[in-house]
Write a protein that binds this ligand. Structure first.
Ligand code: UDP
Ligand code: GLC
Ligand code: MN
Length: 327
C-alpha cells in the first residue's frame, strides 16, 4: 500500500484550500494509501505548512500552461490552461499506481477500491459521455508516459485547452475498448449532473463516493455562516447538491480552518467563514439550512464556539445526518 497514492494539484492558495479539504476527507474515510499534493511556486508558505500536516508528500512542480486561449474560451474557462500541470503526476515513479483527484473533489466514502483498476480508468464526463472526466482517474506513474504526454501536447495541443482534452486524445480508446476502465459515475459525481438528471440523482445519489464541484463556482467561492452552519451566496450557481456543499464547508470549518489559523498566525487570510449571531433559526427548516442538524441548545453552543466536535458534532455524526438527507 505504501507504493500507492492519491494525488492532487494546487497552483494557488484557493485551490490549496480545496486540496486541504480533499486530503482531510480521504483521511476521515480512513484511506490506507499515501497522500500527495503537487503545488506550484505561488502557493504561500502557511498554506504549504497546512498541506504538509495533511499530506504525506508536498511536491513542488513547474506550472505548465497550454496558453491555448482559443480553446479555453470555448470551454468558458480561461483559467484552465494551467491544468496541463496535472500531467506531472506521471513523474511520481516512486509509486506503482496512483489515483489523481482534482482539488475540487470531496470524498464522502472510502474509495481505496479504485486501486483495483488499471490505467487509464475514469468516469464519463457529464457533458460529453464518450470522453472521460479528468477530475478523477487511475494511472501508473512512468517517465516514459510523462514524456509522451508532453510531446503529444506540443504536437497536437488540447481540444479543450486543458488536460482533459489531451488525456482523452492520448487515451483515445477509453470509450470503446475496455469497460472495466469506465468508473461508475458515483466515483466522480459532477455537481452539474445533479440538476440535469434529477431522477438519476434521486435513485443513485445516496451511493455517491466522490463529489466533484466542477465549474467556475467552487465551494471556496462562497462563504459559510458558522453560526447557522449555512452556506451563503449563489449555492445553486455552484450547482451542487446543498448537502454536499454543506459537507465541504463543515469539513473546512471544523478541521482545516483551525490548522490554517495556527499556520497563518498574524498573517491575514481569506477563510470565507463568517459568524452571524443574529440569525434566527426556526425549527424544522428545510434541509439546505444546516439548522435542522441541531437543537436550539446546540445552536447556542456552536455560537459560543463550543461545538462538541468529539461527540454530538463529530464528523461521523454529521456524516450520518447528511447521509440521512440523501436517502
Ligand atoms: N487547478 C489549479 N489551479 C488553477 C486551476 C486548476 O491547481 O488555477 C487544478 C486543481 O487541482 C483543479 C484542477 O486543476 O481541481 C482542474 O481545474 P478545475 O477543477 O477548476 O476544473 P473543472 O473541474 O471545474 O473543469
Ligand atoms: C474538465 C475537468 C478538469 C480539467 C478541465 C480542463 O472539465 O473537470 O479536471 O482540468 O476540464 O481540461
Ligand atoms: Mn474539477
Amino acid at each position: 500500500m505504501a507504493d500507492q497514492a492519491f494525488v492532487t494539484l494546487a497552483t494557488n492558495d484557493s485551490y490549496a484550500k480545496g486540496a486541504m479539504v480533499l486530503g482531510q476527507s480521504l483521511k476521515n474515510h480512513k484511506t490506507s494509501r499515501k497522500l500527495v499534493v503537487m503545488i506550484g511556486p505561488h502557493v504561500s508558505d502557511p498554506s504549504r505548512a497546512v498541506l504538509r500536516r495533511i499530506y504525506d508528500e508536498v511536491r513542488l512542480v513547474d506550472v505548465l500552461d497550454s496558453g491555448d486561449s482559443a480553446n479555453l474560451a470555448m470551454l468558458k474557462r480561461p483559467d484552465l490552461g494551467v491544468t496541463f500541470t496535472k500531467l506531472h503526476c506521471w513523474t511520481l515513479t516512486h509509486y506503482s499506481k496512483c489515483v489523481f483527484m482534482d482539488a475540487d473533489t470531496l470524498v464522502v466514502s472510502n474509495v481505496d477500491e479504485l486501486f483495483d483498476r488499471e490505467e487509464l480508468s475514469a468516469a464519463p464526463d457529464p457533458g460529453w459521455p464518450d470522453c472521460f472526466n479528468s477530475g478523477v482517474f487511475v494511472f501508473r506513474p512512468s517517465k516514459e508516459t510523462h514524456g509522451k504526454l508532453l510531446q503529444f501536447c506540443t504536437e497536437h495541443g488540447s481540444f479543450d485547452g486543458g488536460d482533459q482534452g489531451v488525456l482523452n486524445a492520448y487515451f483515445g480508446d477509453w470509450a470503446t475498448t475496455d469497460i472495466s476502465k469506465h468508473l461508475p459515475f458515483i466515483y466522480n459525481l459532477s455537481s452539474v449532473a445533479l440538476y440535469t438528471y434529477a431522477p438519476a440523482f434521486k435513485q443513485f445519489g445516496s451511493k455517491a463516493k466522490v463529489v466533484h464541484f466542477l465549474g467556475s463556482m467552487k465551494p471556496w467561492s462562497l462563504t459559510f455562516d458558522t453560526t447557522a452552519r449555512r452556506v451563503q451566496g449563489d449555492v445553486e450557481g455552484a450547482s451542487s447538491h446543498p448537502s454536499f456543499m454543506l459537507e465541504w464547508w463543515l469539513l473546512f470549518a471544523t478541521s482545516v480552518l483551525p490548522m490554517m489559523k495556527q499556520e497563518y498566525g498574524d498573517t491575514p487570510f481569506h477563510s470565507g467563514c463568517e459568524s452571524s449571531v443574529h440569525l434566527s433559526i426556526s425549527q424544522g427548516e428545510d434541509i439546505s439550512g444546516a439548522a435542522s442538524l441541531s437543537s436550539l441548545e446546540r445552536k447556542h453552543k456552536w455560537e459560543q464556539g463550543q461545538a462538541d466536535y468529539m461527540g454530538m458534532d463529530s464528523f461521523d455524526n454529521i456524516q450520518k445526518k447528511l447521509d440521512s438527507f440523501l436517502k
